[in-house]
Structure formats: C-alpha cells, structure tokens
Design a protein around this ligand. Structure first.
Ligand SMILES: Cc1cc2nc3c(=O)[nH]c(=O)nc-3n(C[C@H](O)[C@H](O)[C@H](O)COP(=O)(O)OP(=O)(O)OC[C@H]3O[C@@H](n4cnc5c(N)ncnc54)[C@H](O)[C@@H]3O)c2cc1C
Length: 308
C-alpha cells in the first residue's frame, strides 16, 4: 500500500511525485515505458524549460528522473490497465494482472498528438513537421509555414506563428472551419484577403477575436494590391474618384507625399494583401471583444440544452 500512486512519469507525473515526496508521503510512479520520461524524450531540443536552454528532451527527462530517484521516489515499469475504488483506497490493476493498492491515485498518462497520416510525416517529424506551435514555433523564425487543421487550435497556432514566421498558410480539408472559425469559411476569396490584411492591422489575440473581425469586415477600408505610400497616393488621386484626375498635371502630382499624408491621417497599415485602415467609430479593442450579450445568450442556451 502506498500513499500516492502516480501513473506516468512524464513532466506532470514527476512534478506531482516530487511534491508528494516532499510532503513526506510514500510515492510510487508506474510507467509503462522502460525508463520512460514521457513525450519530452522525443524532442531534440527544448528551449522553454527555465535553466536548461536548448537542452535535448531525452537528457532533460533523465535529469528529472535522477532528481526523483535521489529523493527516494520508487518506480515500477508496468502498464496500468484498470483503476478500481475500494472502500477506502484504490486498486490499480497492471497488465500482468498484479494489483497495487494506494490511498490516492494521480493520473498523468499524458496525451498524444493527433499525427498527420500522410506519407513522409513520420520521416520528417521534428525535421520540419511539428505538433506544437508554442514549443517549436521559434525554430521556424522567418520561414514560410503551413498549419494543417481547421479548429480553434489551428487558428490560434496560426496566429501565434504569424508573429514569428514570414508567411503562414492555413490548410483545412473541410468546406467549413469548425468552432469559432465557421464564420471564416463563409467568406469569399476577396473577403478572405481582406480579413488577412485586417488581422495584420488589428493583431487579434485569439480565434474569437478573428471571428468578430470577420463579422465586421465592412467596417474596415481595404485596397488590395497597394503596398507603398506612393501606390496609395496614386490610387487615391487617379482611381478613387475623390479627385478629377487630369493627365496634363501628371508631373505636378506628389503621389508619395499625398499617400503619406493620408496614411498618417487614417492610421493605415500595409499588409501582404494591400492597404487597410479602420475608420470605425468603436474602439478596435471593443470591436474584437466578445459581446457580453451574445456570451450571456450562448451560456443560457447551453444551460437550457443541458436540461432537455
Ligand atoms: C516531439 C515533441 C516535442 C515537444 N517539444 C516541447 C517543447 O519544446 N516544450 C514544451 O513545453 N513541450 C514540448 N512538447 C510537449 C511536452 O512534451 C508535453 O506537453 C509533456 O510531455 C506532457 O507531459 P505529461 O506528463 O502530461 O504527459 P507525457 O509526457 O505524455 O507523459 C505521460 C507518460 O505516461 C505514460 N503512460 C501512459 N499511459 C500509461 C499507462 N496506462 N500505464 C503506465 N504509464 C502510462 C506514458 O508512457 C508517458 O511516459 C513536445 C512534445 C513532443 C512530442
């Protein structure tokens, strides 16, 4: 009988084990892999663990395991196949049929990434294919990347990568995005280009804010294909209809100067897709924030749904 039985010796299990041991409890860690340290063993380089910049994942795992062993934490190599609650304790069944009893159980068996089932995905894993933008995004600094998926995670990761990478393509197989992203799928190509530009302009922080931008696209001014103040000035004077353009005066038009002036006035920005500005009256932050009334209704809807 142990005080605490921990299933899995990844970072979560090992952290729990160290804390439990320091509380003077008797701890047993059950791990199915030989000397397993969880998913981090698959990582060739970890840059976000304080004090161990650039460490190999396998090496970090070994260090953590050594730390635990030094504290006297016990390990058992076995696969847990069942957990039963008894009157006062828990019975943990192992694959061999053996049963371990413990007063408490901490289940830290991790989660596996859903892998990309295409030829080459295994071969190029960690050599161009990653499954975690916040872990590996920095390795793709300044590069063109593709995010595969259409849910909120894909959108959030695409957003995160847009801060680091040169260009981010979002590739999804369904006709519609899922979750908050469903709004996006209804947009025509020209509006998608506009949305890309608006995202660069507004810097939304999550998928919900992107959805709100998509719903309010008409509040932004967008001129596709315009990338410099000179081009913008030329567009405004010759094509926008605000001026009576006269080619006799061509030599006298200061396209760049006028473009600069307007950009400053409008607080406009250039994106890869064109020029964008926001003349809307509402503060941009408020436009992107979740509407409290909508959120309340959604919550009520969920509660009603739950009663049926
Ligand atoms: C290639 C790669 C690179 C990564 N890079 C980074 C990074 O740079 N920075 C970062 O922060 N994160 C990174 N991650 C993510 C990080 O590794 C995970 O978030 C972390 O390992 C999760 O820890 P965990 O303890 O919850 O689970 P896991 O690490 O998954 O550990 C779970 C453990 O439980 C064991 N187990 C499961 N079922 C049973 C059972 N029935 N019986 C007994 N044992 C069982 C497993 O064998 C495993 O050892 C990376 C992941 C991968 C795959």
């Amino acid at each position: 009988m142990t005080d605490v039985l921990i299933i899995g010796s990844g970072p979560a299990g090992m952290t729990a084990a160290i804390y439990a041991k320091r509380a003077n409890l008797d701890v047993l860690v059950v791990e199915k892999e030989y000397e397993g340290t969880g998913q981090m063993a698959e990582s060739s380089r970890i840059d976000n663990y304080p004090g161990f910049y650039g460490i190999n994942g396998y090496e970090l795992g070994e260090k953590i395991r050594e730390h635990a062993e030094a504290l006297g934490i016990k390990f058992l190599e076995a696969e847990v196949t069942g957990i039963q609650k008894t009157e006062e304790n828990f019975d943990i069944t192992l694959e061999s049929g053996e049963v371990q009893s413990s007063k408490t159980v901490i289940y830290t068996a991790g989660a596996a990434h859903r892998k990309l089932a295409v030829p080459g995905s295994e071969k190029f894993e960690n050599r161009g294919i990653s499954y975690c933008a916040s872990c590996d995004g920095a390795f793709y600094h300044g590069k063109d990347v593709a995010v595969i998926g259409g849910g909120n995670s894909a959108l959030d990761d695409a957003l995160l990568l847009s801060e680091i990478c040169n260009k981010v393509y979002l590739i999804h197989r369904r006709a519609e995005f899922r979750g908050d992203a469903s709004t996006l799928a209804k947009l025509e190509q020209k509006d998608r280009d506009k949305l890309e530009a608006v995202i660069v302009f507004a810097e939304p922080e999550n998928a919900g804010a992107i959805r709100r931008l998509a719903e309010n696209l008409e509040q932004f001014d967008f001129i596709p294909g315009i990338h410099t103040p000179e081009e913008y000035g030329r567009y405004m004077i010759r094509e926008s209809g605000r001026f009576e353009y006269d080619d006799i005066l061509e030599a006298f038009y200061d396209y760049e100067g006028y473009g600069q002036h307007r950009i400053q006035q409008e607080n406009g920005r250039f994106s890869g897709y064109g020029y964008v500005s926001y003349p809307g009256t509402m503060a941009l932050e408020d436009l992107m924030a979740e509407d409290p009334a909508e959120a309340y209704q959604a919550e009520q809807g969920l509660q009603m749904g739950g009663l049926e």
